[in-house]
Design a protein around this ligand. Structure first.
Ligand SMILES: [Zn+2]
Ligand SMILES: [Zn+2]
Length: 256
């Protein structure tokens, strides 16, 4: 049976996907030749044919979109599980038994999250740096509680202007009005396993998943004020962070 050039190329591509170990070993064994080849041939070829190459790779992404997304998802899950396994694969808060990956988050124990990446970039960084100390797993509820406690400590350690004291008070009052409309508790359908009732621990979930759009429309305006003034209660569901993750799981194809 003879193949056309395209068929032969496609067969070889599929074979390589099925045999990733062969590829890895081949790359290790032929590293020097590959580098020399790249410098001698690939670079000048790329410069000469840049437009054609970019168009071809754009087409490739369009045709193989599903396959590429699936590959990314698998890579993400593999990496996340590797990191979570290393850090105990459970919430490290005393007495908490959450083990589900989609509810677990990496916490930088002494803060300083600005120094590091988030999501897959953070997982890559942790693996590359051989799982450094100073990180732990917390469920979304305990990670949030920890953040709130740190914010409170920071607020209490400083003096504040009358205006910012007033702003804070007004924000707390509005939250109380809103949460009282929902029995002041996590409204997860079927009940909240964690029985969360504190305002600080409740998030407002956009039922139509249009949170980003809503925030864009509101700009600098307060969402709490908007909900109260325009009676928007039916658009939201107050949820604790863990229950929020449970609901959002449906929207995240990778959140297994
Ligand atoms: Zn926990
Ligand atoms: Zn809940």
């Amino acid at each position: 049976m003879s193949w056309t050039k395209e068929q032969a190329k496609e067969n070889s591509r599929l074979w390589r996907i099925k045999n990733p170990e062969y590829n890895k070993q081949y790359a290790i064994d032929h590293k020097k030749e590959a580098t020399a080849y790249k410098i001698t041939y690939n670079k000048p070829y790329y410069i000469k044919n840049k437009v054609k190459i970019l168009e071809k790779s754009k087409q490739y992404v369009i045709i193989h979109r599903e396959e590429i997304l699936e590959k990314h998802k698998q890579k993400y899950i593999e990496l996340r599980e590797k990191v979570f396994d290393h850090y105990g694969h459970k919430c490290m808060w005393p007495g908490c038994d959450v083990i589900e990956s989609y509810m677990l988050e990496i916490d930088h124990i002494n803060g300083g999250s600005y120094k590091h990446y988030k999501g897959i970039k953070l997982y890559q960084w942790l693996v590359k740096n051989n799982f450094p100390e100073g990180f732990r797993l917390l469920c979304a509820n305990h990670n949030w509680e920890h953040k709130i406690n740190m914010q409170k400590e920071k607020w209490d350690s400083k003096s504040h202007s009358k205006a910012s004291e007033r702003n804070k008070k007004s924000c707390i009052e509005k939250k109380e009005i809103i949460f009282n409309n929902y029995d002041h508790k996590c409204n997860f359908p079927g009940g909240c396993k964690w029985n969360i009732k504190e305002s600080d621990m409740l998030h407002l979930h956009h039922k139509n998943n249009n949170g980003a759009e809503d925030r864009k429309n509101l700009g600098n305006k307060s969402i709490y004020k908007d909900i109260i003034n325009n009676n928007r209660y039916s658009e939201f569901l107050p949820l604790c962070p863990n229950c929020h993750e449970k609901i959002e799981k449906e929207n995240k194809s990778w959140a297994l």
